[in-house]
Design a protein around this ligand. Structure first.
Ligand code: SAM
Ligand code: SF4
Length: 342
């Protein structure tokens, strides 16, 4: 009640100019990571100074403002969210929105390296599903892709998550000449453990070495190859994210395809992304953004924050236009996925 009196905007849903109801917020809580995946980061990344980051209390404040405006799903991501100090205090405080029923789902995307330690606590906070990124089951290849990662730790993390009752989905980036011969094995492994598998095309985000053109593998090819050995049936399952799913009849599991490069999924986009510095990106594939840190630091009252959110959503573009272009040799978007949050 008090909220409505001080802040009349606090109940109006966020609807963009194309009539899309913005109900899904992804929050990158850090740009740092304990891995250096070749498609995501360069080996010598420079990270943001700590003073630029929103505190966990500030992140909670922005997330809460979105929940008041109709956000039903929150996904915590990064960088690697589980390397941010005291990250569990954020999960604990956000879980009040699950308890009140205002929020339908609180989820996490992680590389799994710290999951063994945190799985039970996440489950206790009301997290029901986690996405774990894993591109290969070969320890040497895993090390080559992540540069710094240890496959054994990630597998332990997945096991702990399942033991804690979390539903695990595996996310794998399809990489030409790297894991393309392993997709079937990954799928059999994931489905065998009751986990769905989502495949992702490499997106041109941020400067990295070597060129991403060499890594790009269209999922249309992967799908066609799978269809040589398996029966794939379109499935209506949706998580609120951009993946389109098929059920594999032989294994009973689902495979999701995220195909920003070969198929535009923007029409139904209900998502916005908050970076760890409080910048709101209305589209993963566009540079336009809004600063939410200034309005929250300017006042203890949330009126300016809500105004900034409205103004930002009024600029949400119709869609993106990714190209991996040989002549330009430059990414379509200069910031890395670890900044915007995958
Ligand atoms: N560190 C966590 C992880 O790896 O799951 C969360 C952040 S990570 C940026 C989120 C997802 O983005 C991961 O599944 C990762 O594979 C994916 N990703 C990173 N860079 C990408 C790129 N250039 N193209 C496509 N997917 C990318
Ligand atoms: Fe880290 Fe995730 Fe990026 Fe890999 S994909 S470097 S784990 S943020």
């Amino acid at each position: 009640m008090i909220l409505e009196q001080t802040n009349p905007l606090a109940r109006a849903p966020l609807i963009d100019p194309f009539g899309r109801d913005i109900s899904y917020l992804r929050i990158s809580v850090t740009d740092r990571c304990d891995f250096r995946c070749v498609y995501c980061m360069s080996e010598d990344m420079s990270f943001l100074p700590k003073r630029d980051l929103l505190t966990l209390e500030e992140i909670d404040r922005v997330a809460t403002a979105f929940v008041q405006r109709g956000t039903r799903k929150l996904r915590i991501t990064g960088g690697e969210p589980l390397v941010r100090r005291d990250i569990m205090s954020l999960f604990r405080s956000l879980s009040r929105h699950l308890a009140s029923g205002a929020l339908e789902e609180l989820t996490l995307t992680t590389n799994g390296s710290q999951l063994a330690r945190y799985a039970q606590e996440l489950a206790d906070c009301g997290v029901r599903r986690v996405n774990v990124s894993l591109d290969t089951l070969d320890p040497d290849k895993f090390r080559a892709i992540t540069r710094w990662g240890d496959l054994g730790k990630v597998l332990e993390g997945i096991e702990a998550a399942q033991k804690a009752g979390l539903r695990v989905k595996i996310n794998a980036v399809a990489l030409k000449g790297v894991n393309e011969d392993e997709i079937e094995q990954l799928m059999r492994w994931a489905h065998g453990l009751g986990m769905d598998l989502t495949l992702i095309e490499v997106m041109p985000l941020g400067e990295i070495e070597p060129g991403r053109i060499d890594q790009f593998l269209p999922l249309s090819i992967v799908r066609a190859r799978l269809m040589d050995s398996f029966t794939l049936v379109d499935d209506p399952y949706r998580t609120g994210g951009p993946a389109r799913y098929v059920r594999v009849q032989e294994t009973g599991g689902l495979i999701g395809f995220i195909t920003p490069m070969t198929h535009n999924f923007c029409e139904s986009c209900n998502r916005v992304r908050l970076t760890c510095t409080g910048t709101l990106y209305m589209c993963l594939g566009q540079e336009d953004a809004a600063d939410l840190r200034a309005p929250i630091r300017a006042s203890r009252d949330d009126a300016a924050l809500h105004r900034a959110m409205d103004e930002a959503i009024s600029r949400k573009p119709r869609g993106h236009d990714f190209v991996i272009d040989r002549r330009r040799g430059k990414p379509a978007v200069g910031r890395h996925m670890s900044v915007t949050g995958g």
